[in-house]
Design a protein around this ligand. Structure first.
Ligand code: EPZ
Length: 420
């Protein structure tokens, strides 16, 4: 397994361009299963999770033609599509569950592996299943598979999600596009990635409307062929904004609409960062003294994203005083804490709350990655630590950050990939 060697401390300076969003690309790629005509998806990030989704689509019979740089995929579906999403593919990425809705909507049956838990929590799919059931899907769970079918087309329904879920909202919207009649989804997640999915579907002829957290979908018979460019990755952008603030550096972040990370930028301003926003660009300069923030709470959009919690914790370790972070989305998303403690961090966990004593002078150590965002947090901490750190299991990073070491090298971080 590849490792990173990071020689700290470094000060960040320069420019970085944000890639396409992984979490917007995944549901959009799953939704291509609804189409009879070819669809072209552009601005895909070159990360492992996207290759996994493309392999899953291929295993279902889709023909995928990738451009040379792998950022554009032309996807066409033959008449005889398959409906089996195997454990071997689904287990490597939970986002694979997003093929269930479109398979049942289009082909009226599917055998899709249950994704299982993961390090950040149990992550069940009960809201996906109960919403699809209300749309007319029947299912049983057998040998770790969801064996699902519908009696012809799905039928529109009124569904209120008991809890806000990104994936369940996406699966239900995709499935409802080809259902008979009107579906009203209440208490939806409204993350920008979901709005990107509904933009894509509407441009292809779907009839989707939003009012607050309510999404109304009027079913159509088919979708038309389109070219669509996926939005920029707001979590990658947030990660680079934290990196610049942390290292007291200055960074120009290009290729993303600053509006989609306003909550994150407002939080960073409170730490003392100086931020300038233009149409498609953010300039950020870290303060000499990072101010602590008393109670950072992760929340569904438009709140602070859970996907930025680990990175913000590294920042708070270097703040000039005590702070705390409450994780409200996943029950076990503090895997990075023990590793940060190995670098010298002073963090205490009580239930879903982390109490952080600031002013940590990180000292280099050998570290272990546990999930995508925890891994990038370790990279950030190692980049401001004194000495050479090794980060193991960086395949987690390759799942979701495009060309991470090149981007970091270009802005002044001394990072090297050690191949196994
Ligand atoms: C999406 O996961 C993202 N993944 C995650 O990104 C992100 O952390 C998460 O949303 C929250 O923003 C993708 O977009 C591919 P949820 P998802 O359904 O859809 C519970 C990353 O690092 N729940 O909104 O799986 C669940 O356990 C990642 O890029 C149920 O109980 O998240 C969690 O506590 C990891 N039953 C909460 O709801 C269900 O059926 C929110 O999960 C579904 C969810």
């Amino acid at each position: 397994m590849d490792k990173f060697l990071i020689d700290g401390p470094s000060k960040i300076k320069g420019k970085v361009s944000i890639s396409g969003s992984k979490n917007a690309s995944l549901p959009i790629l799953a939704a291509t299963l609804l189409f009879d005509l070819p669809v072209t998806i552009k601005n895909l990030p070159r990360v492992k999770d996207i290759s996994t989704m493309l392999n899953l689509l291929k295993s279902l019979g889709s023909k995928v033609e990738l451009s040379k740089d792998k950022k554009i995929a032309k996807i066409s579906n033959p008449k005889n599509m398959k409906t089996f999403a195997s454990y071997s593919l689904v287990k490597t990425m939970r986002g694979s569950i997003l093929v269930l809705g479109p398979l049942v909507a289009k082909l009226h049956k599917s055998k899709t592996s249950l994704p299982g838990g993961c390090l950040i929590g149990a992550r069940p799919v009960n809201y996906h299943l109960s919403a699809l059931e209300k749309l007319g899907m029947n299912y049983e769970i057998k040998d770790g598979y969801i064996i699902a079918k519908s009696n012809g087309k799905l039928k529109g329904a009124v569904i209120k999600f008991p809890k806000i879920s990104v994936g369940a909202t996406e699966n239900s919207i995709i499935a409802a596009c080809l259902a008979k009649g009107k579906t009203v989804l209440k208490n939806c997640a409204i993350e920008p990635e979901i709005k990107d999915l509904t933009n894509f579907l509407n441009l292809a002829g779907a009839k989707i409307e939003w009012i607050g957290r309510t999404c109304t979908i009027n079913g159509v018979n088919s979708l038309k062929s389109i070219n669509y460019s996926v939005m920029a990755d707001r979590i990658e952008a947030g990660t680079f904004c934290v990196a610049a603030t942390l290292s007291k550096g200055s960074l120009e972040i290009n290729n993303l609409d600053p509006k989609i990370i306003s909550t994150e930028l407002n939080l960073l301003k409170k730490t003392g960062a100086k931020i300038n926003k233009n149409k498609n660009k953010i300039s950020i300069k870290g303060p000499e003294k990072i101010k602590p923030i008393k109670n950072i709470k992760t929340k569904e959009f438009p709140g602070i994203p859970t996907d930025l919690q680990a990175q913000l914790m590294v920042l708070m370790c270097r703040a000039n005083g005590k702070s705390s972070i409450t994780e409200n989305i996943f029950e076990n998303r503090f895997m990075h804490v023990a590793e940060l403690q190995r670098l010298g961090a002073n963090i205490t966990i009580k239930n879903n709350k982390a109490f952080i004593d600031g002013n940590t002078k990180f000292i280099a150590a050998e570290l272990m990655s546990s999930d995508l965002r925890a891994s990038v947090a370790l990279v950030l901490a190692a980049s401001v630590a004194n000495g050479k750190s090794i980060i193991n299991r960086i395949y987690h990073l390759d799942r979701g950050y495009e060309k991470i070491e090149n981007k970091l090298k270009n802005i002044g971080i001394k990072i090297k990939r050690l191949k196994k």
